[in-house]
Design a protein around this ligand. Structure first.
Ligand code: 13P
Length: 252
């Protein structure tokens, strides 16, 4: 059994103008000075990727929030995985619930995007999670199972796959599932990964996302099979985000 090194990843969503560059400088400095017992990643909007990578902030790798499923072609306004990989992104988020909802992305679409991300040499962070209606109907595990099984590409490897469990109702709401609920879902996802990848499935990170902040990070990140966080709002300010990273000083 391999326990993956934890990853605390920030998803800036549609936030960040040039003024946000200072947050990367600050985060890089905080990590240089006080350390990080986990890997760190920031996924800014596409418009900032080149600038942020170009800063060379060695403690703050940069990823992307989405990609097109094709390598190139007539897809006005879209960005391919190769394009962000060429800029220096090592991770690409795919299938975030906001894309599933706002852009009608199905598991098939997410699977194709994840395949494109992996073909470009990046690690695909595949997001899954139930809505409040699905939770209240008692179908959380079924929904997450279907999303995980339906969204992992056929030729994915354990070492280029990450799963992020983000209950839709916990995103940006300040509500979080109980530790027991998180544990149940992550245990199920781990079992699916072991089925899929064999022993290597134990090394795939399963991130939790949804209203993670410094005050709840230690509890959530201590849950078995939680190998880090995918953070929205609390990733926008370096000090808030570093508060989550430092939860790993106590978890060890
Ligand atoms: P919040 O941390 O703002 O709830 O967002 C979580 C998320 O959607 C990260 O992808």
């Amino acid at each position: 059994m391999t326990t993956p090194k934890a990853l605390v990843a920030g998803n800036w969503k549609m936030n960040g103008l040039k003024a946000a560059i200072g947050e990367i400088t600050r985060l890089n400095d905080l990590i240089s000075t006080s350390g990080a017992n986990c890997d760190v990643l920031i996924c800014p909007p596409f418009t900032l990727i080149s600038t942020l990578v170009g800063m060379g902030a060695k403690n703050v790798p940069i990823g992307a929030q989405d990609c097109h499923m094709n390598v190139s072609g007539a897809h006005t306004g879209d960005i391919s995985a190769q394009m962000v990989a060429e800029l220096g992104c090592g991770h690409i988020i795919v299938g975030h619930s906001e894309r599933r909802a706002d852009h009608g992305e199905s598991n098939d679409t997410v699977k194709a995007k994840a395949a494109a991300a992996q073909a470009a040499g990046t690690n695909a962070i595949i997001c899954v999670g139930e809505t409040i209606d699905e939770r209240e109907a008692g179908s959380t595990i079924d929904v997450v199972r279907a999303q995980v099984k339906g969204s992992i590409p056929d030729d994915a490897r354990a070492d280029n796959t990450t799963i992020a469990y983000e209950p839709v109702w916990a995103i940006g709401t300040g509500k979080v599932p109980t530790a027991a609920d998180v544990e149940e879902v992550h245990r199920e996802v781990r079992a699916l990964l072991m089925d899929r990848f064999g022993e290597a499935g134990s090394g795939v990170r399963i991130l939790y996302g949804g209203s993670v902040k410094a005050s709840n990070a230690e509890e959530l990140m201590s849950v078995p099979n939680v190998n880090g966080a995918l953070v929205g709002g609390a990733s926008l300010k370096a000090d808030d985000f570093y508060g989550i990273i430092s939860a790993y000083d106590k978890i060890g």
